[in-house]
Design a protein around this ligand. Structure first.
Ligand code: URA
Length: 247
């Protein structure tokens, strides 16, 4: 670079502050403490970046710094499919959010399942959240046929044998007769429905109520909102295992 050229990119602390990591001074401290990496390398104070291109992490969790990224939280209604393009022409979750920029869903919910679904164009975060080894906990309310006994609840907690193997330990509680709260970190196909069927209680209604640190009881079915920068940051932290979700 010639000394006459203006410096390229934005100051890292400014980019981090915009992404919700606190004041610029606080972000300088994060950099100074060696907690910030750019494209895998520990960043030094004075570092400039192109926030659209740089992969920035804080304490190994991806920092949501790219201005072009969008993150939606949708309350998926029953009857809508999660795939982007349905050959049968049924309505899809993509129809329920803005068409530009193009987004895709993080994981999927069955057509008959309701509740929270994240849609984004941030491939890195999506990959991290969908990866089974990262195990972001997803919580469901399942209304089931009959009223599960304490033994059935214990079996669900400890693991039940499905045709694709035994399920990992889950957090399960009976919140009312015939109503279970089930939190799992695996994401097998129709997992909650199959777990409940395996202990003799077919699911009548299934609602996802939490994805890691993100929950929202005021979002009406069929509507969406943008995730806050703090929520996106906490999702990334949860995906790398730095946050445990209460419950
Ligand atoms: N478990 C299910 O059975 N269905 C879903 O859509 C999600 C989890």
């Amino acid at each position: 670079m010639s000394i006459h050229e203006p410096p390229q990119g934005e100051r890292l602390q400014k980019v981090l502050a915009r992404a919700g990591y606190g004041s610029r001074r606080r972000c300088e401290e994060l950099i100074d403490q060696g907690r910030v990496r750019v494209d895998g390398e520990v960043a030094r104070l004075g570092r400039r970046v192109d926030p659209d291109a740089a992969r920035i992490t804080v304490d190994d969790a991806p920092a949501p710094t790219a201005p072009g990224h969008v993150y939606y939280l949708l309350n998926k209604p029953v009857g809508v499919v999660t795939t982007a393009d349905d050959p049968q022409g049924r309505s899809t979750v993509i129809d329920l959010v803005p068409s530009e920029p193009r987004v895709f869903s993080v994981g999927r919910l069955d057509r008959a399942t309701e509740g929270l679904l994240i849609l984004t164009n941030d491939g890195d975060l999506s990959h991290l959240l969908s990866h089974p080894s990262h195990g972001v906990i997803k919580e469901y309310l399942a209304q089931v046929h009959g009223d599960p006994s304490p033994q059935a609840v214990r079996r669900l907690r400890e693991g039940v044998l499905l045709d694709d193997g035994i399920t990992a330990p889950a957090r399960v509680s009976r919140v009312a007769p015939g109503l279970l709260r089930i939190a799992i970190h695996e994401g097998r196909n129709r997992q909650v429905r199959r777990m409940c069927t395996a202990v003799g209680h077919e699911v009548l209604r299934l609602v996802r109520t939490r994805i890691g640190p993100v929950a929202d009881t005021s979002l009406a079915p069929g509507t969406y909102r943008e995730l806050t920068t703090a929520e996106v940051r906490r999702l990334g932290e949860a995906a790398v295992g730095r946050v445990t979700v209460p419950g």
